[in-house]
Design a binder for this molecule. Structure first.
Ligand SMILES: [Mg+2]
Length: 267
């Protein structure tokens, strides 16, 4: 499927009956969800992001359903996600674009973990950038162990330009091992060995071939997942312009309403 203009919401519009029909016909459902901007509204700082209580209650209800498996797949670290979803043992979490999982569950990570040159490149780039951006207002680094993120939400244009130059300089000698994934007000620095959300959701879908896969996400990193799930129900949140996703929802509040719709169609 080529990238196409998104179909407008409200709540899937004319496609609602087509989606309801597929949900009702599914023997198993694999519900794969991004976190920031998808389940939780984006906030000025990442630590302020909160899962709306209604969405949390719905996810717990869906995860208890015998035919439904719920996975959260985010750029956040597994530890961060666990702190948010840890009380529900039924909700599975994968951090760092699918590479950070509990034992036996990190489908985007190469077997045996990250190789030594990748680890070394990540460590030295992180050290160099931490020093370089220390005095740039509104720019800060989040170390996620398997990757790091350079955040610039709240920074002025001049600081953002300088941060980008510093990022490019830090990565130039390490381009063989590291890549940049541009997200919303963030540059994620990932080892090339970590394949990202497309590989993660592809592996999950293959592990349950009889399942209908639903994937919902709002950012560039989610496009890899949309591309990998050609037969699934793929939904882009809040996007304007082009997407590989088949459907669209406008915001996390509509995602919550869609999850209600899934729960109703699955009962
Ligand atoms: Mg997101």
């Amino acid at each position: 499927m080529k990238a196409a203009r998104l179909r407008p919401s409200p709540l899937l519009g004319a496609s609602a009956s087509e989606v309801a029909h597929r949900l009702r016909g599914a023997r198993r459902l694999l519900l794969l969800l991004d976190f920031d901007g998808t389940l939780a509204p984006l906030r000025p700082r990442r630590e302020q992001a909160r899962l709306p209580s209604k969405t949390g209650a719905l996810l717990n209800r869906l995860a208890r359903h015998p035919r439904i498996a719920v996975w959260i797949i985010s750029g956040r670290s597994l530890r961060d996600l666990r702190a948010r979803f840890g009380r529900s043992k039924r909700i599975h979490c994968l951090g760092v674009y699918g590479a950070d999982g509990s034992a036996g569950a990190h489908p985007a990570m190469p077997a045996g973990g990250l190789d030594t040159p990748s680890r070394r490149a990540l460590r030295t780039a992180l050290r160099a950038l931490s020093r370089d951006v220390a005095n740039l207002a509104g720019v800060w680094i989040e170390n996620k162990r398997l990757s790091f993120a350079l955040h610039y939400r709240g920074a002025r244009a001049r600081e953002i330009r300088r941060a980008r130059v510093m990022l490019d300089e830090a990565l130039r000698p390490r381009g063989k091992w590291l890549r940049v994934l541009a997200g919303k007000k963030v540059w994620e620095v990932l080892p090339r060995a970590i394949q990202g959300k497309g590989a993660a959701v592809g592996a999950l879908a293959r592990s349950t071939p009889s399942a209908l896969v639903v994937y919902i996400g709002d950012d560039n990193s989610d496009e890899e997942a949309f591309r990998a799930l050609k037969r699934g129900i793929t939904i882009r949140v809040g996007g304007r312009g082009e997407s590989r996703a088949r459907y669209s929802l406008r915001n996390p509040a509509e995602v919550c309403r869609f999850l209600e719709f899934v729960a109703a169609e699955s009962d």
